[in-house]
Design a binder for this molecule. Structure first.
Ligand code: HEC
Length: 235
């Protein structure tokens, strides 16, 4: 009785193991795993390694498109539609009353936490300064990241262009609209700086073989004096 139970268990284990192995063999046969000839990725334009490395610094600044550049192509009409999310808590009307949040007409250029009678959080009161486009952009990216313990329970707008559209809409809500920051100022210096190390590294590489070539004649020179003493020793 006991042996048969043990045998049954042993058989069950054996069948499971063989079954799993067979499954693996079968799966490999069906989905013949393709081996790569060369490990790694083939980069576009991989033939010239210098070109590939030069492309990296050029591509890097792209994700951080400046706010000024985004504002330059922002659409206030789209912003008005996206700002519907804000209207749950804010009014955009001139002279509008506070709701859950303070009224936002003319908020750009207004001192932070300055609507009389609105009970701001201590965190926002401590922030200081005026609401610039940059600051509101940071704020609506994630309010709780800019001001700890804020009362604005809005998770944030992750899309940079949508934020710029909303800012363009806020721009229209003013008697004296604050001009957008100029896109030219921020954009230019970055590519110029990244181009310089690439240019300096290239001459450095070409300079290295030169001393090696210069060393070869020097090594050949001591070889020639050797035959010279031998004729003198012969006579
Ligand atoms: C869930 C409600 C809610 C939503 C949604 C919301 N806010 Fe607010 N907002 C608040 C509250 C509450 C405050 C006050 C925050 C504090 O005191 O910490 C505030 C403060 C602000 C301030 C500072 C105003 C001042 O007088 O200093 C700005 C600017 C602002 N919100 C913009 C926005 C924008 C733009 C949106 C939409 C993208 C938005 N808010 C969505 C509730 C909200």
């Amino acid at each position: 009785m006991q042996t048969t139970t043990a045998n049954k268990i042993a058989l069950a284990v054996l069948f499971t193991l063989t079954g799993t192995m067979a499954l693996g063999v079968f799966a490999n046969a069906v989905f013949a795993p393709a081996k790569m000839e060369k490990p790694g990725y083939e980069l576009p334009g991989g033939a010239a390694p210098a070109a590939a490395t030069a492309a990296v610094p050029a591509a890097a600044p792209a994700p951080e498109v400046s706010l000024a550049a985004l504002l330059a192509k922002a659409d206030p009409a789209k912003g008005q539609a996206d700002a519907k999310a804000c209207e749950a808590c804010h009014t955009f009307d001139k002279g509008g009353a506070a709701k859950v949040g303070p009224p936002l007409y003319g908020v750009v250029g207004r001192p932070v936490a300055s609507v009389a009678g609105f009970s701001y959080s201590d965190g926002l009161k401590a922030l200081g300064g005026d609401w610039t486009y940059e600051q509101i952009n940071k704020w609506i990216t994630k309010p709780s990241a800019l001001v700890q313990g804020t009362k604005m329970s809005f998770p944030g707008e992750p899309d940079a262009q949508k934020r710029a559209d909303i800012l363009a809409y806020l721009h229209t809500l003013s008697d004296n609209p604050v001009p957008f920051p100029s896109p030219a100022a921020a954009a230019t210096p970055a590519p110029a700086a990244s181009a310089t190390p690439a240019a300096t590294s290239a001459p450095a590489a070409t300079a290295t073989p030169a001393p090696a070539a210069a060393a070869t004649p020097a090594a050949a020179a001591p070889a020639s004096p050797q035959p010279t003493p031998s004729p003198t020793s012969t006579p």
